[in-house]
Design a protein around this ligand. Structure first.
Ligand code: OAD
Length: 236
């Protein structure tokens, strides 16, 4: 086993107290996607969209990584040398993977902690609110910053890098994602077509569960550290 690609979703941050999207009581039960997570929604009612993301950005900064984030960071630190490579692709827009110490990380749906300036195309680090239409720290233009989040109908980030990693992987592991949103939901089939072994770690069977060679069901804070231990012990 040399090259590992790990996909994470909202389920890995659930035990840190961040709402998932599609579980009962999840974010998409409280808000309509069409109202807050599309470019059309932003054009129609920017205040509503900015307020939604300002609240989410403030909330994630009060949360801490859990045992699953820490276990992946431990694997990221350990999985070097002998041609071994690892890529963590997250759909999450929180920063709990990096706060746990993971470095080889791709945020395919963007992140709360950068903003995107539509005037200069800059991506300044951002922690505060966007609702009051602040100036871009890079170009000084006011009122053109939007959340650096990939909305429905927009292209996820770094797809070339992700498919490149998937195509040379030996193992694909999907953690805490419902398998409802493409292109991420299609990674397991892409991996299978390339003969890559596939493993699901999720609270319950995801929509794509049948595509995995193996599926383990339970909370990420238990499954992920156990799997990382297993992998590292087997490699020694
Ligand atoms: P979902 O809310 O669709 O799915 C979360 C998954 O995590 C579900 O299958 C749960 O069963 C599982 N889960 C919940 N708690 C868990 C726990 N403690 N341990 C392990 N698994 C647990 O979230 P995503 O699949 O991440 O996109 O959603 C994908 C995308 O849809 C998001 O990135 C977001 C959303 O719309 C954008 O905003 C662009």
């Amino acid at each position: 086993m040399k090259n590992i690609v790990i996909l994470t979703g909202a389920g890995i941050s659930a035990e840190s107290g961040i709402d998932t999207f599609r579980d009962s009581g999840g974010l998409w039960e409280q808000h309509r996607v069409e109202d807050v997570a599309t470019p059309e929604a932003f054009a129609r009612d920017p205040d509503l969209v900015l307020r939604f993301y300002d609240m989410r950005r403030a909330a994630i900064q009060t949360k801490e990584p859990n045992a699953a984030h820490h276990a992946l960071a431990r694997l990221d630190r350990a999985w070097h040398g002998g041609g071994r490579d690892l890529t963590i692709v997250t759909q999450n827009v929180d920063d709990l993977h990096e706060r746990a110490g993971a470095e080889r990380l791709i945020h395919m749906h963007g992140t709360h902690l950068t903003a995107w300036c539509l005037a200069c195309d800059g991506k300044p680090a951002w922690r505060g609110a966007l609702l009051d239409r602040p100036a871009c720290p890079e170009c000084g233009v006011s009122g053109r910053l939007r959340p650096d989040i990939v909305w429905f109908g927009e292209m996820p980030y770094d797809m070339d890098r992700i498919y490149h990693a998937l195509n040379r992987a030996d193992l694909f592991v999907s953690i805490g994602t419902s398998g409802a949103v493409y292109p991420a939901a299609g990674f397991v089939r892409e991996a299978r077509m390339n003969g890559v072994r596939t493993l699901e770690l999720n609270l319950e069977p995801s929509q794509g569960s049948r595509w995995f060679d193996e599926a383990r069901h339970g909370p990420a804070s238990e499954l992920v550290p156990a799997w990382v231990d297993e992998l590292l012990n087997a490699e020694i």
